[in-house]
Design a protein around this ligand. Structure first.
Ligand code: GLV
Ligand code: GLV
Length: 318
């Protein structure tokens, strides 16, 4: 059976799949395939190991052929794959939950700290020779102790971020479509509505999937409800935040700062974003630890092996 990887990924997926006896092809291109290239590359595949940058709709699925049984996405998010199209074709879609929780939560906190402590500005200042000696008012930031951390989406990642927030002495409030009593017990978090979360938080961090209901969940109206000093962090999916509205809010002092690992139209950035000092920007690397990326690789391969051996997928997205 034929398994295609739409791009080279960290070990051990390729080896696991070869050891399972499959004919494995890895795209030789050091970049994302465009739609035509993707359609051509997956012809005849029984399984596709895809990336979050591959847009997979019914047309792409049909290009593979009727034998296609599984699309294993190398990500926890799967908004790049049309689930209705997969379901109507009886193709399993799987993701890699659980193994990148800590990595993404750690990156979330790296961004919170970088914005609050003005780390990137400070680093640039030192490198550019600006540092002439200790000064009482040089690069004053904000502390986190005693502040309120507002978590939008209390799933695995949001819960782990809350624990880190506890460690920094932050009060936790959250909003989710479902109450999470276990999370409340573990972190002392209190569930509130979105408006209360936005108006009371010193740091707002987003951990929801991209769905029609979460697109532009944060736009100018919501930004306007936030504290003038608040920091917004997004390590989920770019389109959850109206990026142009965020640039305006940051420019006009509506909120204090932002840390973004994801963007609305990656890899493009909203106009004016890079000119702002009060933002820290990273290129969708929240899960990019060797531990997480290897574990994601293993899970994606295991899902393919399960489905191609006639078993149920281990991590179905549906
Ligand atoms: C990364 O963004 C992921 O969804 O795994
Ligand atoms: C995703 O992994 C989440 O549940 O936060």
């Amino acid at each position: 059976m034929k398994v295609v990887l739409t791009r080279k990924i960290p070990a051990p997926a390729e080896e696991l799949l070869k050891n399972a006896g499959f004919d494995v092809s890895v795209s030789p291109k050091p970049r994302v395939l465009n739609k035509e290239e993707l359609k051509n590359f997956i012809v005849g595949a029984d399984a596709v190991l895809s990336l979050l940058t591959d847009k997979i709709d019914g047309e792409v699925m049909d290009a593979a052929g009727e034998q296609l049984k599984i699309i294993a996405n190398y990500a926890v998010g799967f908004d790049n794959i049309s689930l209705p199209d997969a379901m109507s074709r009886k193709i399993a879609v799987t993701n890699t939950p659980g193994v990148l929780t800590e990595a993404v939560a750690e990156h979330t906190f790296a961004l919170i700290l970088a914005v609050a402590k003005r780390l990137i500005e400070a680093d640039k200042y030192v490198r550019s020779g600006g540092y002439q000696g200790w000064e009482p008012e040089l690069l004053i930031g904000t502390g986190l102790m005693g502040k309120t951390l507002g978590i939008i989406g209390a799933g695995r990642i949001g819960s782990y971020v809350a624990k880190a927030g506890n460690g920094f002495g932050m009060k936790i409030i959250y909003q989710d479509v479902h109450p999470n009593p276990e999370f409340e017990k573990e972190t002392g978090a209190q569930m509130v509505d979105l408006m209360t979360l936005l108006s009371n938080s010193d740091v707002v961090t987003i951990h929801v999937p991209l769905l029609p209901e979460t697109k532009h969940l944060i736009s100018s109206g919501q930004l306007g409800m936030m504290k003038k000093t608040a920091i917004l962090i997004n390590t989920s999916r770019g389109p959850v935040v109206d990026e142009a509205a965020l640039v305006e809010a940051l420019k006009n002092g509506v909120i204090g700062g932002a840390g973004l690992d994801v963007f609305e139209d990656e890899p493009m950035l909203a106009s004016g974003l890079t000119e702002l000092k009060n933002v820290v920007l990273t290129p969708h690397i929240a899960s990019a630890t060797i531990e997480a990326r290897s574990a994601m690789s293993k899970i994606a391969a295991e899902n393919i092996i399960a489905v191609l051996s006639g078993k149920e997928p281990l991590n179905p997205a549906q």
